[in-house]
Write a protein that binds this ligand. Structure first.
Ligand code: GLY
Ligand code: MN
Ligand code: MN
Length: 437
């Protein structure tokens, strides 16, 4: 019986062989990546594996390894396992993947080169630092275009990893909420998240965003205050998990009882669920982004923040003050997965709608794509100052803005699978529901 991993590998092999033939190459070499040191120092930066490498193998802490793909051959894995008493070297190879590769163990990184020499033209995917004698990454754009385009359509194996990544993050989100309601600092909320997810900072797919009160208005707030504020009014936490190299990317915003902020949260929750439901095969993702602006305008009007109709707000671009980012992006091996702007596999670009520079996905949705849906509504001082200088300022209830600014903002983000037919699969909500039952 063939497993989903086997099916995944078979598909990658077929796609690689077709892509090589189309681009005139005989073999594909993929570098796992290299660990980099800080300037004039011996401290390494956190290792970030080549996503092409972990597409084939669930190996994420394996610098200096290589994968050789040839038509009609098993992939050859050159597995770097140094005899290192300063660090823990990669473990002895084991796992389902092992049966599907021709394994070569090496103890010195430079020894890989001897096992990668094959006749013909080689496409070599890797960062420049991965270069070895006679093995120079060339990253052919025409080949990368094909592989990046195809990567948007996830296999069953990949979907299973991503469901698991949501299931891993969700209990941690609930632990974070509990810590917030108990008055914990951002740092302690972050720690509660790590403890419940079983991750350390190194394992996270991106740096957790843990913002109390006004910090919720900083889209990628990068600090975690060790000191709890005198009053914890709101928490915006954007945090994921990782399983076999696949990410989840989840945001929740919680209040502590204020009625006005709760009304905003409830309205955003309804809007987010309606936007998730727009994820269907054939839908242009740009239309979901534009639909978000209309919903944000409706909420601003309903709450009395902006006394203009939806149409007037859109015409005057008022909503970009409150919702300045894109509705979401592709997700998978990378949190912001590649290929979001590709109109085809030859490098044609699907443009962003004019006036929406931060949208990261412009492709029509198709079965197997996994996207985030992450509407937000924030009170960002620098953007509000700019709005104050426009004619629309007269229609804004600035005292209500001042009141709501104390809560920073709202973002709600789920990871959603587009299905061939009918509505989407919401991996994030399914994980929350499984925990509640
Ligand atoms: N966590 C970053 C994002 O939501 O895109
Ligand atoms: Mn996201
Ligand atoms: Mn996020």
């Amino acid at each position: 019986m063939s497993t989903t991993y086997q099916q995944h590998l078979t598909l990658l092999q077929t796609q690689a062989e077709q892509a090589l033939a189309r681009c005139g190459f005989d073999a594909l070499l993929i570098a796992s990546g290299v660990e980099k040191l800080a300037f004039l120092d011996d401290r390494p930066y956190l290792f970030a594996p080549n996503p092409h490498f972990k597409h084939w193998l669930p190996l994420v802490n394996h610098p200096d390894s290589w994968l050789l793909i040839r038509p009609g051959h098993k992939p050859r894995l050159v597995y770097y396992q140094p005899d290192d008493f300063w660090h823990v070297p990669p473990a002895d190879p084991s796992g389902e993947w092992l049966a599907h590769v021709e394994l070569v163990l090496i103890q010195r990184a430079e020894d890989a080169a001897a096992h990668l020499q094959v006749p013909g033209r080689l496409a070599i995917i890797g960062e420049a630092d991965a270069a070895l004698a006679g093995v120079l990454p060339n990253n052919p754009p025409e080949l990368l275009n094909i592989l990046h385009y195809q990567r948007a359509y996830k296999t069953e194996y990949e979907l299973a990893q991503m469901r698991a990544a949501s299931r891993r993050a969700v209990p941690a989100h609930l632990a974070a909420r509990k810590a917030f309601l108990a008055g914990a600092s951002e740092l302690d909320i972050h720690r509660a998240y790590l403890a419940a997810s079983g991750h350390t900072d190194r394992d996270l797919p991106y740096t957790n965003i843990v913002g109390l009160n006004e910090h919720g208005a900083v889209l990628h707030y990068q600090y975690q205050d060790a000191q709890a504020p005198a009053e914890s009014r709101s928490l915006l936490i954007d945090a994921g998990a990782q399983v076999n190299g696949y990410a989840s990317d989840i945001t929740r915003t919680w209040g502590a009882g204020d009625a006005n902020f709760q009304a905003l949260l409830d309205a955003m929750e309804r809007a987010q669920l309606a936007l998730v439901d727009e994820v269907r095969a054939g839908v242009d993702y740009r239309s979901i982004h534009l639909s978000t602006h209309a919903k944000v305008a409706g909420i601003l009007q309903e709450l009395g923040v902006v006394k203009l109709s939806v149409e007037e707000q859109l015409a005057q671009r008022v909503t970009s003050t409150f919702f300045p980012h894109g509705i979401g992006h592709l997700i998978g091996l990378q949190v912001h997965d590649v290929g979001g702007f590709m109109a085809d596999d030859r490098g044609a670009v699907a443009p962003k709608p004019e006036g929406h520079p931060y949208l990261r996905l412009t492709r029509p949705l198709a079965a197997g794509m996994v996207v985030t849906i992450e509407p937000g509504l924030y009170f960002i001082p620098t953007l509000l100052d700019k709005l104050k200088a426009t004619p629309a300022a007269a229609a804004v209830d600035w005292s209500l803005v001042a009141q709501l600014s104390k809560f920073g903002g709202v973002r709600i983000e789920d990871d959603v699978v587009c299905r061939a037919q009918g509505g989407p699969e919401n991996m994030t909500r399914d994980a929350f529901a499984a925990l509640a039952s």
